[in-house]
Design a protein. Structure first.
Length: 416
């Protein structure tokens, strides 16, 4: 067996191991969705707890008014929650728009914190810490500045966390508001439903683990106080704080009936910038938490650490290696005797990919259509291949940040 055969075999084993893990998550996630569909969300007993909703925003004038108005209209007692918008070093008209909303709703608990470049402009984590210092709620909910949550979203999150003291946080689902804007947003819509929400459902079903998604979630105030707030070095502050909640002995539950709608990038340029930021942020979290693999008290969360390690390192290296070897084999530069087997497994992987995602779409009304079936197949050969570039570029940017000791900054995602 040649060196190229050995490398190809290792790459194929790694890819298929991760593919089978994904299949297991889809099956478990589907079972969880079916279970929650049959069950009613628990009722909030007694007096509703006071909730602080925080909205970190940087130059969000295009979307901020609609977001705040939707939060003011939640199906939750208006005297039992406050909204804190951290308008963080914005240079657009956000402050003016937020001031107008405050004048229109003078009786509501709406606070706007306008920061400057001295205390603000240092990233989402820093903005959340600023808002938290002014908050009063025993529960803290976070929504991104481009969100329009459904009226019941907050109530569902509160109901879940109040009935189970072992829950440190409860996450809801975000959906793509502008899914029909372009081919790219249709890809993102399917990616969100399958690679994020079905995976979250599967991980909760199998391991009672979920990762905070950055928006539409609620957590206990006591936890934020205990851990000292958000890590200002973390760009993926949602993933980072999830691991700290795990280590406190709490669980994070997924409640798919709590839904918010958010705007997604409509151009490849904006999408690429956003996703490389996510990749870089998650790599920071992985590196920070690798020592937990050897910590006995972290045994319950080793799956998540290995899961992220596999996605951002093992899968990336395996895909690049197998693709490169197949290309070199076709060009005659190397010879691998298992090229035909690799080709067959590659075709089988595509079939599993398409079937798995299509099964995912059955859990959402209006998503299981023939047009989406074609979108999934096209997605495999285009959108999914770009993921390798995103992961590699995210790793490159992470290493640059480490070498040059760059601070976290706001990375503005263009709004429409």
């Amino acid at each position: 067996m040649t060196i190229s055969d050995v490398l190809m075999l290792i790459a194929v084993i790694c890819i298929w191991s991760l593919l089978l893990v994904n299949v297991a998550l889809i099956i478990a996630g589907y079972l969880y969705y079916m279970k929650t569909e049959r069950e009613a969300v628990p009722e909030i007993e007694g007096e509703y707890p006071f909730v602080t909703i925080m909205v970190p925003a940087h130059n969000e004038g295009v979307v901020i008014s609609k977001t705040v108005e939707s939060l003011l209209d939640l199906d939750y007692p208006h005297d039992r929650y406050e909204i804190i918008v951290i308008n963080d070093n914005s240079s657009d008209n956000s402050a003016v728009l937020l001031g107008e909303i405050q004048r229109r709703f003078p009786q509501r608990n709406l606070m706007v914190i306008n920061t400057d470049s001295v205390i603000g402009g240092k990233g989402k984590s820093n903005a959340l810490n600023i808002g938290f210092a002014r908050s009063k709620g025993e529960l803290i909910a976070i929504y991104d500045a481009d969100n329009t949550p459904e009226k019941s979203a907050l109530k569902y999150l509160v109901a879940e966390i109040m009935q189970d003291s072992t829950l440190g946080a409860v996450i809801g689902k975000f959906r793509t508001r502008n899914r029909d804007a372009s081919l790219l947003t249709r890809f993102i819509n399917i990616e969100t439903l399958s690679f994020q929400w079905m995976a979250q459902a599967g991980r909760w079903k199998l391991f009672k683990l979920c990762t905070i998604p950055g928006t539409n979630f609620i957590m206990r105030r006591s936890i934020v106080e205990s851990i000292g707030g958000w890590d200002v070095k973390a760009i993926a502050e949602d993933t980072e704080i999830s691991f700290r909640i795990y280590m406190m002995g709490y669980r994070i539950k997924f409640q798919p009936k709590s839904v918010t709608w958010e705007q997604e990038p409509q151009t490849v340029k904006v999408w690429f910038k956003q996703r490389t930021r996510w990749a870089k942020g998650n790599i920071y979290v992985i590196v920070k938490n690798i020592p937990l693999l050897f910590n006995k008290s972290a045994a319950k969360i080793r799956f998540d650490i290995l899961y992220y390690l596999s996605i951002y390192f093992l899968l990336l290296i395996s895909l690049v290696t197998s693709d490169l070897l197949l290309v070199l084999h076709a060009m005659g530069y190397v010879h691998t005797t298992i090229a035909s087997l690799s080709g067959f497994l590659w075709l089988l992987a595509i079939i599993l990919f398409v079937v798995g995602i299509f099964v995912t779409l059955t859990t959402e009304k209006g998503e299981m259509s023939l047009s989406n079936l074609w979108i999934i197949m096209l997605m495999y050969v285009s959108y999914c291949q770009l993921w390798m570039v995103v992961a590699a570029y995210g790793l490159y940017n992470y290493l640059k940040d480490v070498i040059f000791k760059r601070e976290a900054k706001w990375y503005k995602t263009e709004r429409y």
